[in-house]
Design a binder for this molecule. Sequence first.
Ligand SMILES: *[C@@H]1O[C@H](CO)[C@@H](O)[C@H](O)[C@H]1NC(C)=O
Ligand SMILES: *[C@@H]1O[C@H](CO)[C@@H](O)[C@H](O)[C@H]1NC(C)=O
Ligand SMILES: *[C@@H]1O[C@H](CO)[C@@H](O)[C@H](O)[C@H]1NC(C)=O
Ligand SMILES: *[C@@H]1O[C@H](CO)[C@@H](O)[C@H](O)[C@H]1NC(C)=O
Ligand SMILES: *[C@@H]1O[C@H](CO)[C@@H](O)[C@H](O)[C@H]1NC(C)=O
Ligand SMILES: *[C@@H]1O[C@H](CO)[C@@H](O)[C@H](O)[C@H]1NC(C)=O
Ligand SMILES: *[C@@H]1O[C@H](CO)[C@@H](O)[C@H](O)[C@H]1NC(C)=O
Ligand SMILES: *[C@@H]1O[C@H](CO)[C@@H](O)[C@H](O)[C@H]1NC(C)=O
Ligand SMILES: *[C@@H]1O[C@H](CO)[C@@H](O)[C@H](O)[C@H]1NC(C)=O
Ligand SMILES: *[C@@H]1O[C@H](CO)[C@@H](O)[C@H](O)[C@H]1NC(C)=O
Ligand SMILES: *[C@@H]1O[C@H](CO)[C@@H](O)[C@H](O)[C@H]1NC(C)=O
Length: 504
Amino acid sequence: MNTTSITILVLVIFTLPTQSISLSTNGSSSNIGCIESEKQALLLFKQHLFDPTNRLVSWVEHEDCCRRWVGVVCHDVSGHVLELHLQNPPMDDANSFAEQKAYLRSRLGGKINHSLLNLTHLSYLDLSKNDFGGIPIPHFFGSMVSLRYLDLSDAGFGGLIPHQLGNLSNMDYLNLEDGYYVENPLYVENLGWLAGMSQLKYLDMSNVNLSKALDWLQTVNMLPSLKELHLRRCQLPLAVSTLLNPNLSSLAVLNLRGNQLDNTSPMIMSWVFSLKTLVSLDLSDNHFQGPIPDGLQNLISLRHLDLSANQFNSSIPDWFYGFSPLEFLNLHNNNLQGKISSAIGNMTSAISLVFSGNTELGGGGIPKELGNLCNLRSLSLSSVKLSQNISDILQMLSLGCISHGLEYLDLSFSNLFGQLTDHLGYFKNLRQLYLSQNSIVGSIPESLGELPMLRVIDVSYNNLTGSNLPETHSANLTNLRSLRDIGNAFIVKVHSCWIPLIGN
Ligand SMILES: *[C@@H]1O[C@H](CO)[C@@H](O)[C@H](O)[C@H]1NC(C)=O
Ligand SMILES: *[C@@H]1O[C@H](CO)[C@@H](O)[C@H](O)[C@H]1NC(C)=O
Ligand SMILES: *[C@@H]1O[C@H](CO)[C@@H](O)[C@H](O)[C@H]1NC(C)=O
Ligand SMILES: *[C@@H]1O[C@H](CO)[C@@H](O)[C@H](O)[C@H]1NC(C)=O
Ligand SMILES: *[C@@H]1O[C@H](CO)[C@@H](O)[C@H](O)[C@H]1NC(C)=O
Ligand SMILES: *[C@@H]1O[C@H](CO)[C@@H](O)[C@H](O)[C@H]1NC(C)=O
Ligand SMILES: *[C@@H]1O[C@H](CO)[C@@H](O)[C@H](O)[C@H]1NC(C)=O
Ligand SMILES: *[C@@H]1O[C@H](CO)[C@@H](O)[C@H](O)[C@H]1NC(C)=O
Ligand SMILES: *[C@@H]1O[C@H](CO)[C@@H](O)[C@H](O)[C@H]1NC(C)=O
Ligand SMILES: *[C@@H]1O[C@H](CO)[C@@H](O)[C@H](O)[C@H]1NC(C)=O
Ligand SMILES: *[C@@H]1O[C@H](CO)[C@@H](O)[C@H](O)[C@H]1NC(C)=O
């Protein structure tokens, strides 16, 4: 055999999908079990862990670590441990207090013994959602050169991230997202070491303090394979010394939410607008101001755009509604002005649109072309100044296909007047309807009772009279969970059909 065929053989052995997750199979074909030295390394690792709920009860000497130990994946032929899946398993029901307590209790903690180094073929390590009590990320992780996937997110590591990680040149997934409120947050002195992970496709360092990483932009620009970059709330510094050539030719997801970025570093914006492959861009909760940037027009593949919680203060230009097939758009809490133009009819891919919290936007009302957005499921126009007759809005939208799919409609605080009409009955899929803080008069139409999916209605602080629910058809509202009707002049209160009200 020459070198090439040996290489190919090795590649075949180590890359074929012959892995098996212990417990999920009852080893039938493979003949090699756990390698003894690797079993001992794992037992020593376990011995130094704190495992209050005994999640690793299956890790015992007399069982085959490849077939019987939870979270361990071995190579079927060589028997080497390839993967450790030790994340705290997600809750089924995050709303249940008991489940939350159980979830918190089942976090692993303690120390991470460097016996892990003996797992010479380990390529996948997931310790996420555990609680290591603020200890630093072990330096020796940087010597586990087979690693391709490392998830330490929200696992309670703290302090300086060891630059040794940069030695992991095979890495393609790195998640170091820190918890939101932690006593000992992760931080870096610089990000130069990241350049060593030249094959990285996914990087998340959200909540890590990067305020000293003046080189962050240069460094991430040197990761040409990057597809997703998440740097939420990293205190990213503005200073950028040199101009960049765009280098990231496949970046699809960029999240820079919550970084206090502003217009004093035009370089950041011009870098963002050079990323022509972006599908999702989140610049929300920064300090950007001025007009909606023209450069967005370069991002013709964008489907998800979040510019909320900035200070953009122009009108919305017509091109904005058609430059890419946007599905999710959030412009909440800016200072946008002017009309919502008829060009909004170009947003034929839109699923969710949020214009709320722009108190100078929307004069002249909703254009009828909005009714043409057949895919729209969620529309928020609260706290804008529509100053429109609600009966005109309902009639106009009921004519378009928008009425068939709309599930969430928020028109609260928008200077609406006039009466609710039976056109409401066209919105068959409506689940949540918010109309509070307007000047709507008259009574609730019977057709409201024809909306079987309705869960939440908020008509508070209007000038409604009559009955707070349609008197004859209210029994049809079997899904109703919340009715907020305070601040009206209802004479009849129909209270027969719903479960205790929430959110009052
Ligand atoms: C796994 O195989 C062993 C014998 O090889 C057998 O005793 C055992 O019942 C099997 N377990 C399952 C879950 O199939
Ligand atoms: C790990 O490997 C080293 C060197 O190969 C060996 O001396 C040590 O005993 C091993 N540790 C365990 C826990 O297997
Ligand atoms: C790893 O385990 C060995 C043997 O128990 C111990 O001497 C060493 O201090 C441990 N290291 C860490 C970092 O826990
Ligand atoms: C990086 O890896 C090389 C070779 O694998 C090793 O010699 C060196 O000590 C490692 N450096 C760090 C900082 O871990
Ligand atoms: C982030 O790091 C900088 C520099 O070390 C420090 O001044 C700042 O207080 C840190 N921020 C937080 C929230 O810890
Ligand atoms: C682009 O990425 C390559 C590979 O990491 C790097 O060598 C090069 O310097 C980068 N170019 C720029 C302009 O950053
Ligand atoms: C928008 O904000 C910028 C910067 O704060 C300001 O100079 C400009 O006058 C504002 N434009 C409008 C239309 O309010
Ligand atoms: C958007 O809509 C306007 C007016 O409805 C129309 O004139 C224009 O051609 C449309 N633009 C695109 C890009 O579809
Ligand atoms: C609202 O529109 C309806 C139907 O066009 C009309 O009858 C009504 O008078 C209008 N209400 C107000 C206050 O303008
Ligand atoms: C609502 O309920 C009433 C009485 O139960 C029934 O007669 C009516 O057909 C229902 N309306 C709709 C639209 O389902
Ligand atoms: C709404 O009711 C308030 C007090 O009940 C009244 O002062 C106000 O004029 C009414 N507005 C309209 C539009 O009817």
